[in-house]
Design a protein around this ligand. Structure first.
Ligand SMILES: [Zn+2]
Length: 291
């Protein structure tokens, strides 16, 4: 006699009271294909339907269980995330307070550039390029007027082999051969980096147009104001054999414009000035630099 499962419709050749497919258990043992209708109805209402409902309920319960598990996990994650956020907000607040309390530190004073050696103070000496220089003035703590410590060379203010001095009635600082030399050949003895530290100076000179000079000679006024007393103006020349004091050029014109004012070997200023074509004139270049 055949048997059919009322839940999943699985069929069996013999009478069974439990479905091997869906697990339905027929406690009355009437799960057969041919039964009388009354029995079948009672059986359907009391056994099959409650079983179906229980299965449905279990299935939903299972889904619910899984969903609640998921929900639980999500809630736990949310809780953890909130804790993290709280923690992060606290830390942020702390950092913001720390920032408020921080004051900008003063920048340390820049050390003297390696291209200078020595003491950058008025009256001090610095090594710059291949020469030693005396610091005559410092402006704003970072700009210094330097003059070569020694007479670097001997050279005419103007008038050399090419130029017949007599042809030129008035020699000015602007047009002088020495100014040209200092701002070309002499200037080129400095490295590119060193040249970058030299400040172009707008120089005013008696009888001359104003000039823009990298390297120049002191004027009468500058020699008086930056070097106090004759002793301060004495300079040595060690060009040929032994070192001796010697006279040196200023850029200001002398009594006439064939002459330029000079400083004697003993530091006195020679206002009348030497003839500009005197090749025995000492050269003490001066320049402003950024320290
Ligand atoms: Zn079944």
């Amino acid at each position: 006699m055949k048997c059919i499962c009322p839940i999943c419709n699985a069929t069996y050749e013999n009478i069974v009271t439990a479905c091997q497919d869906c697990g339905f258990f027929d406690k009355f043992g009437i799960n057969r294909i041919f039964i009388n209708s009354e029995d079948a109805e009672i059986w359907h209402n009391t056994v099959v339907e409650p079983y179906r409902m229980k299965r449905q309920f279990d299935r939903l319960g299972n889904i619910y269980g899984k969903q609640s598990q998921k929900l639980y996990a999500v809630r736990a994650e949310l809780k953890e995330a909130r804790l993290w956020r709280e923690e992060a907000e606290k830390r942020l607040e702390k950092i913001e307070k720390m920032l408020e309390n921080l004051t900008t530190p003063e920048l340390p004073k820049a050390p003297l550039s390696p291209i200078f050696q020595g003491v950058p103070e008025v009256g001090g000496m610095v090594r710059f390029g291949r020469f030693d220089w005396r610091v005559l003035t410092i402006v704003a703590g970072n700009r210094a007027l330097l003059i070569s410590n020694e007479i670097l060379e001997k050279r005419a203010y103007h008038g050399d082999f090419e130029v017949k001095l007599g042809m030129e009635r008035s020699i000015t600082w602007e047009k002088s051969a020495l100014r040209k030399y200092l701002n070309t050949q002499f200037l080129e003895m400095f490295s590119k980096e060193e040249r970058g530290r030299i400040v172009v100076t707008r120089n005013t000179t008696e009888a001359s147009n104003d000039t823009n000079d990298y390297v120049f000679l002191l004027s009468l006024e500058e020699a008086r104001s930056t070097m106090k007393g004759n002793a301060d103006r004495v300079a040595r020349y060690s060009g040929k054999s032994r070192s001796t004091t010697s006279w040196w050029w200023l850029r200001s014109p002398g009594r006439d414009q064939h002459r330029a004012k000079s400083v004697y070997g003993d530091g006195h200023i020679y206002v009348r000035g030497f003839n500009v074509d005197d090749s025995d004139g000492g050269v003490r270049p001066a320049l402003w630099i950024n320290l």
